[in-house]
Design a protein around this ligand. Sequence first.
Ligand SMILES: Nc1ncnc2c1ncn2[C@@H]1O[C@H](COP(=O)(O)OP(=O)(O)O)[C@@H](O)[C@H]1O
Ligand SMILES: O=C(O)[C@H](O)[C@@H](O)[C@H](O)[C@H](O)COP(=O)(O)O
Length: 174
Amino acid sequence: MTTASYRILVMGVSGSGKSHVGRLLARRLGADFIDGDDHHSAANVAKMARSIPLTDDDRRGWLDTLAGRFADYRGRDASVVIACSALKARYRGRLRRGDPALRILYLDGEQALLRERLGSRRGHFFKGDAMLASQLADLEPPGPDEARVADIAEAPEAIVEAFVAALGEEGGEA
Ligand SMILES: Nc1ncnc2c1ncn2[C@@H]1O[C@H](COP(=O)(O)OP(=O)(O)O)[C@@H](O)[C@H]1O
Ligand SMILES: O=C(O)[C@H](O)[C@@H](O)[C@H](O)[C@H](O)COP(=O)(O)O
């Protein structure tokens, strides 16, 4: 018998539920969970805390760190879910490092709902409407051939179950 292992990227703008849904998904699959937010440099965190959006240059090292984690799990045939905004197509390419088996769950939602969700969150370094607007401006939403799309108006458990059902249909990397 072979056991499937998965490398899954949960992406979307700030407040879309990457951390929450990603953690649930990892638990559901018995996979490890890595929150991309925990891997920003101190300089990036300080910038975001001052409501200054990150640039491509700011994000490069961060994306490479997370790409290294995906590659590590792939090398060990172990499962991991990583939450990372991955706003632009080339960021996703950087994270994927040519791995065709990397799955992507894209959390998509209306700006008003995103704002509401961000407002309910306390003690986080990400601040304000201007930052959300800049994330939405940077966002290059993945198409259906690149990612499975979930509507963030749905309950987190429903989003996870739909994604897991689709994984089951596709099969994992044995
Ligand atoms: N599908 C959902 N339905 C209701 N609340 C959600 C959903 N997804 C996330 N949340 C809540 O919204 C807030 C933002 O979610 P979070 O996971 O921190 O987003 P992100 O990591 O993308 O910035 C949190 O308070 C979280 O519990
Ligand atoms: O690429 C970026 O500009 C940042 O990484 C950003 O996308 C991310 O959202 C922050 O880390 C805030 O954290 P949350 O996404 O958890 O709000």
